[in-house]
Design a protein around this ligand. Structure first.
Ligand code: HEC
Length: 505
């Protein structure tokens, strides 16, 4: 069978290495990836289970061979990705799209497996609204106050009624066929995937970036830690980030490196921006002033092109506002670019070479711009309707790269001409979160839906989708172009692991 992901983990190690079987059904690990020891093997191929238990002893100077037998699974439901559930459940796409809001803290498995009727679902959804985004079922974290834009429980009745049409009736299975995506073929099998396990299951590596020394840094979305992985050894070092608002949800979202090699973090419900100096290993904290630091304050993103004018941009997701921090005075200014647009929200932000700010309007299809000098606000509409632009990044040529979460496309806004270019992702409901570009001009993305990393060559429109070895909740994506071929990095936000994807071509 082609496209079976085979993973090997050495006894006692935190590192798992995976490869994919080729057109002849052959898989192989390069000798330099598995040192001497006892390994457990596992597979991923939707619809199939491994027969028995597979282990192998790797010894010096000898090829170890293990033939793996697979059989059709008796229980396919737990193997489905979020995207496969989206393809399986009944209903028109506009209705299904609501489920894109249900994958931030857990998979759709919980939704389809439940037996709630519509009334019970209203209560369940309202309980979900009360959780901070940093939650996962092993560590729920309640909001101190539900923001007013969340509305009322009754506003979710239509969604609750829809959900109750495709979850399980008590004691029964699903009344519709479960659909699956094809296994990888061809180029998509030519890859090595390495997962570095982190020390606690509650660590959520939301943003993962690699510095110029090859060290891997991550923001912990669920806990007050900033972490570093040494990919040579798998060793993880953590620094405690001050807890500024006890009783509030903990965790950080955005991680950015500035021109001096210092790291910046959006401290979310702790109401601050943090800067970390890797030389002194000390944090400098820029807290919101008391008048802005209320119960719903939530500072997710930072844009750190401050050498231009001494200012750092951030957002306050709780109030759907943009903030600008003056590094000299520590004072925050507030901008309300979408105040007049009820129901709209702000997601990722990025600054251009003049430190003008661009932000993603996450409910419909806008990119906003705030002029650094005049404060003037302008909007651009993506060509795709309801694209829901999510994470954004600015490249050195002032081109803004955008993950269109509901548009199922990645996009680029040339900020000089105001023109958009969009590239569709072939697998439906891929819901790209973010985009990274590499030295060859290829684009990379991933998401919380398909467990696949997507590589797109805009010159040839060729697309390769690499299947990850297990459930992988992907947010920020990063490409290290210092290697040949390039190396892709991301966090598995709900799997407490950092993932390295090395294409072999
Ligand atoms: C902000 C985080 C978050 C989001 C977003 C979220 N959930 Fe949950 N969900 C949780 C947590 C935490 C649990 C486990 C604790 C619990 O059940 O309260 C959970 C459990 C569940 C369960 C199992 C428990 C039960 O009562 O049946 C269902 C069903 C569920 N969620 C449905 C949904 C649906 C539907 C959505 C989208 C409308 C959604 N969730 C979005 C955090 C979230």
């Amino acid at each position: 069978m082609e496209g079976v992901v085979v993973s090997a983990k050495k006894n006692g190690s935190t590192i798992t290495v995976s490869v994919v079987s080729d057109g002849q059904g052959v898989y192989s690990f390069p000798a330099n990836r598995l040192d001497v020891g006892h390994y457990a093997l596992k597979i991923r191929a939707v619809g199939y289970d491994l027969v028995g238990v597979a282990t192998v002893d790797v010894v010096e100077n000898r090829v170890a061979t293990v033939d793996l037998a697979l059989r059709k699974t008796k229980n396919i439901a737990p193997q489905l990705t979020n995207t496969e559930w989206m393809l399986s459940v009944p209903g028109p796409d506009e209705q299904k799209a609501n489920l894109l809001n249900c994958v931030g803290c857990h998979t759709l498995d919980r939704v389809v497996r439940s037996t709630h009727d519509a009334n019970e679902f209203v209560d369940t959804i309202w309980r979900m609204v009360g959780y901070a985004q940093v939650s996962q079922p092993i560590k729920p974290q309640r909001r101190v106050e539900i923001p007013s834009w969340a509305g009322t429980p009754e506003q979710y009745r239509k969604l609750a009624e829809y959900l109750s049409t495709f979850n399980r009736s008590p004691g029964s299975k699903w009344g519709y066929p479960l659909k699956t995506l094809p296994r990888p073929t061809g180029r998509a099998t030519r890859v090595i995937i390495t997962e570095y396990g982190l020390p606690r299951p509650t660590i959520e590596p939301h943003d993962v970036i690699v510095d110029e020394h090859g060290m891997v840094w991550y923001s912990d979305f669920g806990e007050q830690f900033f972490g570093r992985l040494d990919p040579q050894t798998g060793k993880v070092t953590e620094w405690a980030v001050p807890e500024l608002k006890p009783g509030y949800p903990t965790g950080m979202l955005d991680l950015e490196e500035d021109k001096d090699g210092q790291f910046w973090l959006g401290m979310m419900f702790q109401g601050a921006v943090a800067r970390f100096d890797p030389k002194t290993e000390k944090f400098k904290i820029y807290s919101l002033p008391p008048e802005l630091n209320d119960k719903v304050a939530q500072l997710d993103f930072v844009a750190v092109n401050y050498p231009v004018d001494g200012k750092v941009w951030a957002d306050n997701a709780g109030h759907r506002e943009i903030l600008r921090l003056d590094l000299k005075t520590g004072r925050y200014e507030t901008f309300e670019p979408i105040k007049q647009l009820p129901g709209y929200s702000i997601y990722g932000i990025a600054a251009d070479s003049h430190n003008n700010l661009y932000f993603a309007e996450f409910q419909t299809n806008h990119i906003g711009r705030i002029d650094a000098k005049t404060g003037e606000v302008e909007f651009y509409e993506t060509p795709t309707l309801h694209s829901r632009p999510r994470r954004v990044k600015m490249d050195p040529q002032d081109r803004l790269w955008i993950g269109e979460y509901q548009g199922n496309r990645i996009a680029m806004l040339d900020t000089k001409s105001g023109k958009f270019t969009e590239w569709p992702i072939p697998t439906p409901w891929s819901a790209p979160y973010d985009v990274a570009w590499d030295k060859n001009g290829e684009l990379w993305t991933g998401s919380m839906m398909t467990d696949r990393v997507v590589r797109l060559d805009p010159k040839t429109s060729q697309i390769v989708e690499y299947l990850m070895p297990g459930e992988t909740n992907i947010r920020r994506v990063f490409v290290d172009s210092s290697t040949t071929p390039v190396t892709f990095w991301t966090g598995n936000n709900h799997g407490a692991a950092i993932i390295k994807v090395e294409p072999l071509d």
